[in-house]
Design a protein around this ligand. Structure first.
Ligand code: GTP
Ligand code: MG
Length: 200
């Protein structure tokens, strides 16, 4: 499961501009600011191979990275950015859905869920959309390093709540992993999981 090298391949504004789908591919999906780009950096142990920001809406294009010259990991723009214009939001859904309908080599979507906040409707909508389209998903809970702050709940309580809500929608619960890009929690587990999925 070791990552020896990672190479940025290209940014694409449209699904049809993506690199040829001739290798196993994982897509990182989730709300704006959930930590998609940070997770990618943490997986490949590079600080800024993917650009991150405190402000939501940083990643605007479909970014392909080639790992060990053999498989792709894709950093996608986030959804649910409240301040994005209606037009930008429409755009998000059309181009992301375009991406999903065009990638025959997609092994799984890593659907990132922020464990530091209570379950969000938009994450269920996304997970249901993936389910309806038979796209395999692994839930990756992010920011698990964040402990109780103010009135908020702890990550493990938020995760439990999310799991209970999701359970009704699946005959078999999809795989899930707790992570933190700050502490590296879950990194090895996720890499192992991805290598197992690639070999099926
Ligand atoms: P968009 O590209 O805007 O969709 O966002 P993104 O999902 O790529 O998020 P990004 O990786 O840019 O991270 C957003 C913010 O969350 C940054 O300030 C990160 O430092 C922070 N962050 C990401 N992962 C973690 C984590 O595991 N723990 C903590 N505490 N902060 C994190
Ligand atoms: Mg990003």
């Amino acid at each position: 499961a070791r990552i020896k090298e990672v190479e940025f391949v290209k940014s694409s504004g449209r699904a049809k501009d993506c690199p040829k789908d001739d290798r196993p591919e994982f897509a990182i999906l989730g709300r704006s600011n959930v930590g998609k780009s940070s997770l990618l950096n943490s997986l490949v142990r590079k600080k800024e191979v993917a650009l991150t920001s405190k402000k939501p809406g940083k990643t605007q294009l479909i970014n392909h990275f080639l790992v060990n010259k053999s498989w792709y990991i894709v950093d996608l723009p986030g959804y649910g950015f409240a301040r994005a214009s209606q037009a930008a939001r429409m755009d998000w859904s059309s181009f992301t859905k375009g991406y999903f309908s065009n990638r025959d080599t997609l092994v799984a979507v890593l659907l990132l869920i922020d464990a530091s906040v209570p379950p969000q409707k938009i994450d269920f909508d996304c997970s249901n959309w993936l389910g309806r389209n038979n796209i395999p998903v692994t839930f990756v809970f992010t920011k698990c390093d964040k402990m109780k702050m103010g009135k908020g709940k702890r990550p493990d309580e938020n995760i439990k709540e999310f799991q209970e809500l999701i359970r009704k929608n699946y005959r078999q619960h999809p795989p899930w992993i707790m992570t933190s890009s700050v502490t590296g929690l879950g990194r090895d587990e996720l890499l192992l999981h991805m290598s197992q999925l690639r070999n099926y």
